[in-house]
Design a protein around this ligand. Sequence first.
Ligand SMILES: *Cc1c(COP(=O)(O)O)cnc(C)c1O
Length: 473
Amino acid sequence: MRYLSTRGGMAPQPFTDVLLEGLAPDGGLAVPESIPQISAKQLESWRDLSYADLAFEVLQHFLTDIPADDLRTLTHAAYRPDVFGSAVIVPLKPLAGGMSLLGLSEGPTLAFKDMAMQLLGHLFEYTLSRRNSTLNILGATSGDTGSAAEYAMRGKKGVSVFMLSPQGRMSAFQRAQMYSLQDENIHNIAVQGVFDDCQDIVKAVSGDLSFKIEHRIGAVNSINWARIAAQVVYYFHGWRIATQPSNGGELPQVSFAVPSGNFGNILAGHFARSMGLPIRRLVLATNENNVLEEFFRTGIYRPRASAETHQTSSPSMDISKASNFERFVYDLMDRDAAKVKALWDQLATEGSFDLSLHKPEFETRFGFVSGASTHADRLATIRQVKAETGLVIDPHTADGVKVARPFVESGIPMLVLETALPIKFGETIEEALGELAPRPPAFEGIEALPQRVQILDADVQTIKDFIVKHGAA
Ligand SMILES: *Cc1c(COP(=O)(O)O)cnc(C)c1O
């Protein structure tokens, strides 16, 4: 399997090359040159595999330049019961009204980003050591992504992480999660500024090509193809744990509801469905930042300016543009890169594009439907789920439950992806329930642990100097 750019300007590349790259040289995103097809028989034969073996079966179609024995070792190193808290790795948690949660947040940082990032840590270490190379990962975070990256890369050979966060803007719990890591290859940098300052610095440093090459600056942002590939696995897993064997009859269907921001999570569902997994609907849920909900409702894609982006109580979905969306449009355009390039050229000049002519295909051909949720919806949904089941859900997951509800059909399980555990967003839980969010035992008292963080000015040169001094040799 080789990879092309959505905009057509990249020679075909093997997986391990796109693993370490960000955007394609033409500004597009890497996509597999074809979509592997999984037969009904194969699907049924995967029911009893461990999660790590299922991951191997799915990923061997995409990561073809990694020898099979090595890939199996890597998936077993990543998806371990001691890392994810149970042998099933991703549990199913029944809700009322035909819905269940797919428990993607049992990993070390209590959010679904661990599912991909834990594998990425092993893939980076493996690939860098074979190339005799090193990498300095630079990122900006206001929460989930940064901590998932740090926990995945801690102690990995050949990799250092420099994670910028806005000083004083994260919750005490999030700070404790990141800053308490004592590993020498993890560098927390609290920038004296806001999140946009952090992001601007990352852009400036990675935009300095000679610095980037000399100091081997890399990223693990949401457009990384390996993260999407790793996420495809849990759609297959969700299907197998929510359905009964078909015994040669028609395969049972499921629907998924996905709290969405950068379109990475649900894009993996789109790939699983394209590979032959019987997914009836992919329900895309947004919060008040409804760029994507608007697209699937109207066919018009209109990214917002950062000043137009609302700060909400499901902050990991507060996005102004959906960086992975281009990969879906590529498939919508029947994989015609020239059309995709024309659309993104239009986006650059006019700020939006109109695909309303394709609207009928969104649901009938691709299974997509969408809905948006508000702060009041989140609070009401958190209360309702608690009253019905005793479970406390996080605000992002609540957006998923709220938007999924009208799309539930009898006989078709609706799996809402649980994208974080509630302890990460304790303030909103207290507002909804008047009580503290449940805290997993391993996280008792983490706020009191010693913290390792550098406070630096919001200045590009200062950050560069720090990387030069502390980066992987
Ligand atoms: C990242 C994140 C999302 C959004 O996922 P995308 O892949 O960006 O669509 C939703 N919820 C939580 C808790 C997240 O951390």
